[in-house]
Design a protein around this ligand. Sequence first.
Ligand code: ADP
Ligand code: MG
Length: 669
Amino acid sequence: MNIPELFGCMVFGDAEMQARLPAEVYAAIKQGSRLSTAMANTVAAAMKDWALEHGVTHYTHWFQPMTGVTAEKHDSFIEPVGDGEVIMKFSGKALVCGEPDASSLPSGGLRCTFEARGYTAWDPTAHAFIKDETLCIPTAFCCYNGESLDKKTPLLRSMQAINEQALRVLRLFGNEQVTHVDATVGAEQEYFLIDKAMFLQRPDLIHTGRTLLGAPPPKGQELEDHYFGAIKPRVSAFMKELDLELWKLGVPSKTRHNETAPAQHELAPVFTTVNTATDHNQLVMELAKSIAERHNLACLLHEKPFAGINGSGKHNNWSLSTNSGQNLFEPGDTPHENAQFLLFLTAVIKAVDDYQDLLRASAASAGNDHRLGAHEAPPAIISLFLGNELTDILKAIEMGEDYQAPGRARLKIGVSSLPRIPKDSTDRNRTSPMAFTGNKFEFRMLGSAFSIAGPNFVLNTMVAEVLRQFADELEQESDFTAALNTLIQCTIKAHKRILFNGNNYAQEWTLEAKLRGLSNLSDTPSALQVMLAPQSIELFARHAVLNESELHARHEILMQSYRKTIHIEALTMLMLVKDAVIPACVAYQNQLSELYQRKGSEFDSSLERNLLAKIADLSAKLPEQISALQSEKSLAAMAALRQTCDALEALVPQQLWPLPSYAQLLNSI
Ligand code: ADP
Ligand code: MG
């Protein structure tokens, strides 16, 4: 197999566009200029011809509504001409704009039923591709008046914001060549794989994505023998097919390995610009699920499929890169490069401190609430890890002191060179929610099922805002170097409370963070509330990322989704108790009491009597706990009922228990 040839063969990418489009049309797309109708017609015809060569019959606007998954509505290319005949046609109009209606997708009240139509608009910055014999055209999704109904629109707007402000800062450093700055992202994806047949025997996994009941297995992840272990043949076959299909779609899947929990795995691609990375991550999740099916496996993307065992997250590696390929978080070698690096770095420090609540909110969901702070993922407290070397350098700058070695000259930003900052490898801190890893930031709070669009538009916008403030200030100064020194020094002083290199899982950190005045928004409702704060409304409005009504709508959608998730979980649990737990307990108690009676006084029946008593005692708790959950569909009521059910599961023989156990689920492959 020729992988370089296979890579991207299902993408209408740069090479295809260059080969199939007139030079001026190709140039217009690359420059992001508005296309005339004639130009759009040309692009549509070329796309269609390319698609037909691949046996495609349909096209769809492919978009990312607030459900967090992608949406598509297929139309065929056929167009009747004359008597009973058709041609294959695709117009520029159909390429550029769609009216999928899509009135049942969440809008948070942004559209009333009489104007329920939703519109899709082609995003020429993302490449069209073929999936499932259908030409998929990445689009934004909005209402009639342009208000966004999707995850993609604010992300694209935030890319403009960060581009604009980063360019202002680069100009201050005398850089006139760079014409564009993009956020780059590599999203590491964790997931579980279990046998499909076993998955189908667990209504909780089917309906909620996580197990709502389940006694702990004798062996979980205690021995840590799964992490980086040899990959089992069935899993390996799945991973190979997934990689191949992703490569065809131009997704640069690079790394695959077993993760900490049994049955848990990870995939990481090579980073790319954030809008493409967002599309790619959606494809990774979608294909992982569908390819798992072909291997009689179920791919679980939920943040916490199994209690007591590590859940799954998504590490969002984020950086800024110029169109000439310079990574703005690469410290560089010259004093000039160092100064620029330090300014961008302090911008992130200030942004993470100023907007810690928003960043936290961007990682909030019902599923992720089970993970954050559970000693497997960062706590709900935002802090920034810089590593010892960089922290010492910043300390020296803040104090205006010599750096480390006595006698070493005072670090004058823009004049002297930074000492080498080793890329973190040995002192990597895996407990930090946001870690600087040498030339990028790794935001580790995201849940595995997330669209990465949300966290990234928040990151882009908050950093853009601080760069704006910096540029506003520095543009006024006549002595740039002196002003830069002061600005960096003052910023470190004002925001150093957000820097933390220690163990984020430790109890002491929670106390210290409180003393430092850092937020600790432990659940989704309290985290999401932050979206409505005046500071958030102003931030997103100023950078034209979301207006106030869009922000309110988003808050409403996310809160509704949170409430509905818990409601569905509660109902599923009640169903499981009725259909599985109670019948199993009744059957076992029947067996025991029958034997107990038959034994009479002739044989010792202490075992039966004992077990019967224990099960009867536990079962007696059920009625009250069931009615509590029926009347109040809350996490607390679910936890209480679960405790009883799991204790019963531990007593009832496996062959009478209708649900596969944790031990079976985690060792199903
Ligand atoms: P880890 O040890 O956390 O797996 P890696 O070095 O393998 O770290 O990188 C993790 C991810 O970071 C990969 O997806 C990689 O492509 C991405 N990455 C590397 N450089 C950048 C960058 N400049 N911007 C965004 N992501 C990056
Ligand atoms: Mg990582």
